[in-house]
Design a binder for this molecule. Structure first.
Ligand code: AMP
Length: 207
């Protein structure tokens, strides 16, 4: 079981997806799950959207229950990469009660780079693939290269929300770096360079 740590825009989704493919793990992204619930108009999705649009965290009880159910639905022995969960110490404690976290992989990227990455990010609403207008543009402008859907800009990737998300990260999620360090589970990778260069470092950390 691997937990991906790192601020929004540090590459958790991109690297998590590649890790999943390489090692046969399932990537669970709470952000993807919540956005899908919001698109489907479920009560949880609509409630979560109020927080997400502001760049705030969805309350712990909602997210902890969502993940408990999701984890319970996986087959025994399934390897999981957690992307965007836990984001608070309370969530980390709750996760530690139901699974054994082997590694917390921290992707370290400086704030100025994160703002550029997030504001120029484009996402696929259908298969959750992510692109960047400069660093990783889709072959056909505006279209997902994997499933052909129209790409969109997430509401929370607009600049004013991005700045709030970085603050929320510092206040609530950064303490998890210490949390997993104290448990001897932390490895940090510099999340700078091309996607493939970073992935080489990520693989070394995991092996
Ligand atoms: P992400 O796609 O990981 O950037 O998450 C997008 C948004 O979903 C966050 O800004 C939060 O509003 C919400 N969210 C995702 N994961 C969590 C979590 N573990 N705890 C609370 N809120 C979350």
């Amino acid at each position: 079981m691997i937990v991906l740590l790192g601020p929004p825009g540090s590459g958790k989704g991109t690297q998590g997806e590649k890790l999943g493919q390489e090692f046969g793990f399932v990537r669970l992204s709470t952000g993807d799950m919540l956005r899908e619930a919001a698109r489907n108009g479920t009560p949880l999705g609509l409630k979560a959207k109020e927080y997400m649009d502001k760049g705030a965290l969805v309350p712990n009880d909602l997210i902890i229950n969502l993940m408990k159910e999701k984890i319970a639905s996986l087959g025994k022995g399934t390897g999981v990469i957690f992307d965007g969960y836990p984001r608070t110490v309370e969530q980390a404690d709750a996760l530690g009660e139901i699974v054994n976290v082997d590694l917390a992989l921290n992707l370290d990227v400086k704030d100025s780079e994160l703002v550029v990455r997030l504001t120029k990010r484009r996402s696929c609403p259908k298969c959750n693939a992510v692109y960047h207008l400069e660093y990783n543009p889709p072959a056909k402008p505006g279209k997902c290269g994997k499933c052909g859907s129209d790409l969109y800009q997430r509401d929370d990737d607009k600049e004013e929300t991005v700045l709030n998300r970085l603050k929320v990260y510092r206040d609530n999620t950064m303490p998890l770096i210490d949390y997993y360090e104290k448990k001897g589970k932390l490895l940090t990778v510099e999340g700078v360079g091309s996607i493939d260069e970073i992935f080489e470092q990520v693989k070394k950390a995991v092996l």
